[in-house]
Design a protein around this ligand. Structure first.
Ligand code: VAH
Length: 317
């Protein structure tokens, strides 16, 4: 049985559907700070900083795998650095300790390309580049990666991890990240609204489509143990682009789409991150290959969001 912590989030809310499909709806337990309307399946309200509560769930459902997807992201994290560190690290320690004490088979810990800072080459950043993250979020992920490797070496706990780029999906909304613009922009285009971008138009960042993200996660978790050679975290690449490039792609379908640029503090965060990512280790060890390019992402996002807003407006009537 699988426990998903952070089941309401951008990633968790989509990954949980994929896990339910794979393992059966009765074998997946979602948990988060509150219950989200419309959630289908087993759900438990839980705060992952509360170790006894997570232990209770592991015992109650005889959990064998944990996906730990709860975290405060890069931009929101900067509003309260110490609280962000505290929450991101405490929740990870809860998961690691409960997993060790209960001999959990497999654990997933998402890291991020935010672990890199300007001390790394920001073009085609290698897996083992120097880590000097500029945000508390990035610091918590860099420290977290080392903690998961420590639990693997010291206790044999099979924790696996990916450094996600910015995730783009039509199913859910991100919250508090620096890459969030690349989701929001599609909603604005489909709704016929003007978009104000908080990054400069030439700020290239690594991104990945939700479908690729979910597939990468499941492929890594399915890989035979000895193939998972990197025990900190694997670089993962989808496609890199700038706001100007995504706008050009959207304008192929919405020629009148209006965009203006008002860079804020998130521009500085983005400038400290890689532009492109070298994910050869993931390709070599467990066969990773992304499918979606910017055109594929754009046509799928627009088509799905059009359907979504159509049904939404029907529901309102
Ligand atoms: C953020 N989406 O913007 C996250 C992420 C690479 C970016 O980890 O904070």
């Amino acid at each position: 049985k699988v426990l998903v912590i952070g089941a309401n989030g951008q990633l968790g809310s989509v990954l949980i559907g994929a896990l339910q499909q794979k393992f059966g709806i009765d074998n997946v337990v979602g948990s988060d700070l509150k219950r989200k309307e419309g959630f289908e399946g087993i759900f438990e309200i839980a705060d992952a900083t509360d170790q006894p509560r997570i232990q209770e769930l592991v015992t109650k459902y005889k959990i064998t795998q944990i996906y730990h997807l709860a975290a405060i992201l890069s931009a929101r994290g900067e509003e309260n650095p110490l609280l962000t560190w505290d929450i991101n690290m405490k929740t990870l320690f809860t998961v690691l300790e409960v997993s060790r004490l209960n001999n959990i088979d497999r654990v997933f810990f998402p890291s991020s390309i935010a672990v890199f800072g300007t001390g790394a080459p920001l073009d085609n950043t290698p897996n083992n580049a120097y880590l000097d993250p500029a945000t508390v979020y990035g610091m918590s992920k860099a420290a977290g990666e080392n903690w998961v490797q420590y639990y693997f070496f010291k206790y044999g706990l099979d924790v696996r991890s990916l450094r996600y780029p910015g995730v783009i999906g039509y199913q859910s909304l991100p919250g508090g990240g620096t890459t969030d613009y690349a989701v929001d922009i599609y909603h604005k285009a489909v709704l016929g609204k003007e978009f104000t971008c908080f990054l400069k138009e030439d700020t290239t960042l690594p991104m990945i489509f939700m479908q690729d993200t979910i597939r990468a996660t499941l492929e890594l978790m399915d890989a035979p143990k000895e193939q998972v050679k990197i025990r900190t975290s694997y670089n993962l690449a989808g496609i890199s682009f700038s706001p100007a490039e995504i706008v050009a792609e959207i304008r192929k379908l919405y020629p009148d789409f209006k965009v203006n640029y008002k860079p804020d503090f998130r521009q500085e965060i983005a400038a400290s991150w890689p532009k492109t990512i070298d994910d050869n280790a993931a390709a070599r060890d467990w066969g990773w290959k992304p499918e979606y390019n910017l055109e594929g992402i754009t046509t799928t996002m627009i088509q799905k969001l059009k359907e979504k807003y159509k049904t939404d407006s029907k529901n309102l009537k």
